[in-house]
Design a protein around this ligand. Structure first.
Ligand SMILES: Cc1cc2nc3c(=O)[nH]c(=O)nc-3n(C[C@H](O)[C@H](O)[C@H](O)COP(=O)(O)OP(=O)(O)OC[C@H]3O[C@@H](n4cnc5c(N)ncnc54)[C@H](O)[C@@H]3O)c2cc1C
Length: 437
């Protein structure tokens, strides 16, 4: 695992052997993140023979490196737009997203996973008048979809996040989803992997799938030292799909632009400051295009981060940028005797789609894949994995809560990747305009 806060505080994984030789199983899953392991867990609960191939180790991808915010909404797509586009499947999918945080916390309880889970709610502060109208629409739409959500005035938000916390005019109000919260994501992945093996599932680490295809009525996956033959296949590699082999669904890879998300963790915040700073310990991510986000971990560190222009001196620049932003938001941090200090910096890749929707595909008979979490995949991946398992267990495609589409590669995909720094600059400019306006 690359170094991170989560890698340094989480119990080491058990050893998963490499795949050596030929195996025949009912279901093969490529990728041991939340999607793959959630699918494997639900298949094993139903007694289906399941083998997971992981190129590195469970949690190596986004699942072991993220901010751990459990958010049962999508970042850019709201219920009405999803239903307008996907009709009945869209309605079911909105239900899946709505329930996804609860499903995640229930799974943690059911499988007795020590994931430092805190179901303390998720809050989205709003940084501009325009986005306040967006928050009102979101509250109306999610309420209609049956979610428990609440609109917050600027005073209510100020009380919720910490009274001295918000500089004049910075946040206009917000909304909250009590079902949300936060976790230690690497502890959750490792706990899921343990649950899968305890239920008789096979996990092979250091075993990248190099290619897969159909041989008669079966799927065949090849790895450096072995191969797997299976009735059903789940490609659960998400934004890392092209990392270990260029031969896995290139048309799905080209649906997303990979964006580097930087994470940073502070030294523990003393108790006297915590009384006024995020006193409810909510997970928080605001409405900016260049998102500001934060949460406490179990040791009371503030875990935050952001986007950077380029990689040069990245940890130093990130520390300075996040310190400035957190001090703007929570002026009481200025009283820390040594200043606000960060001792962990790391990053990961988020897959961003053009339409802000996750893209979910049937890639053949009993073959499933999805990509493009747009930064909101912790709760979502667990529920999509579960839904893939339901499909493999025989629930007809027309009854799944999955809006399947055909892959739609982005034209000039390489160019879109190279334009990332300009996208970050544009996001910052529009945030500043909205803030001042
Ligand atoms: C820095 C960061 C912060 C984020 N913060 C949040 C947050 O706070 N809240 C939120 O909701 N979402 C967040 N996300 C998004 C969320 O983490 C992801 O959407 C989610 O973890 C995706 O899970 P996954 O299992 O689909 O994919 P991944 O966790 O990426 O798993 C894919 C796995 O496939 C493996 N793999 C790849 N290729 C192969 C191959 N050829 N053979 C075998 N295995 C292979 C990889 O090694 C990896 O382990 C964040 C993402 C990042 C990167």
């Amino acid at each position: 695992m690359p170094a991170s806060l989560w890698a340094s505080v989480t119990k080491p994984p058990i050893h998963y052997p490499q795949l050596v030789g030929a195996r025949t199983v009912d279901v093969v899953i490529i990728g041991a993140g939340f999607t793959g392991l959630s699918a494997a867990l639900h298949l094993r609960r139903a007694g289906v023979e399941t083998l997971v191939l992981e190129a590195a180790e469970p949690g190596w991808g986004a699942s072991g490196r993220n901010n751990g915010q459990v958010i049962p909404t999508l970042s850019r797509a709201d219920p009405d737009a999803i239903i307008a586009r996907h009709r009945v499947a869209g309605e079911r999918f909105v239900g899946l997203v709505r329930d996804s945080a609860q499903v995640l916390f229930d799974t943690i309880r059911e499988e007795r996973i020590s994931a430092e889970a805190e179901q303390t709610g998720w809050v989205q502060p709003v940084h501009s008048v325009d986005r306040m109208r967006l928050a009102e629409r979101r509250v109306a739409q999610w309420s209609r979809a049956g979610a428990k959500v609440a609109l917050l005035s600027s005073d209510e938000l100020r009380r919720k996040l910490g009274s001295a916390a918000i500089g004049a005019g910075a946040w206009h109000g917000g909304w909250s989803v009590p079902a949300g919260g936060h976790i230690n994501p690497l502890a959750l992945v490792r706990g899921l992997a343990r649950a899968v093996t305890e239920r008789g599932g096979f996990i092979h680490a250091q075993s990248p799938a190099l290619a897969f295809g159909r041989a008669g009525a079966r799927w065949v996956v090849t790895a450096p030292q072995g191969r797997v033959d299976a009735r059903a296949l789940i490609l659960a590699t998400n934004a890392t799909t092209a990392t270990f082999s260029a031969r896995l669904v290139p048309e799905v890879v080209r649906e997303m632009v990979p964006v580097t998300s930087w994470q940073v963790a502070s030294l523990p915040i003393p108790e006297h400051l915590r009384e006024s700073l995020l006193p409810e310990r909510n997970a928080v991510s605001d409405t900016r295009n260049d998102l500001r986000f934060m949460r406490y971990d179990a040791r009371h560190r503030l875990v935050s981060g952001g986007a950077l222009l380029g990689q040069r001196n990245a940890p130093k620049r990130l520390r300075a940028m996040v310190a400035k932003r957190l001090l703007q938001t929570f002026p009481q941090l200025a009283s820390l005797p040594q200043g606000l200090q960060f001792d962990h910096v790391w990053n990961g890749t988020v897959g961003v789609t053009r339409d802000g929707l996750p893209h979910i595909h049937m890639i053949g008979p009993d073959g499933y894949a999805w990509a493009g979490c747009n930064g909101r995949g912790v709760a979502l991946a667990i529920s999509i994995g579960r839904e893939f398992a339901r499909g493999i267990l025989g629930v007809p495609r027309s009854e799944l809560a999955l809006p399947f589409t055909e892959p739609e590669p982005i034209a000039l995909h390489g160019m879109a990747q190279r334009l990332q720094p300009f996208a970050i600059m544009a996001a910052r400019r529009s945030d500043n305009r909205a803030w001042q306006g």
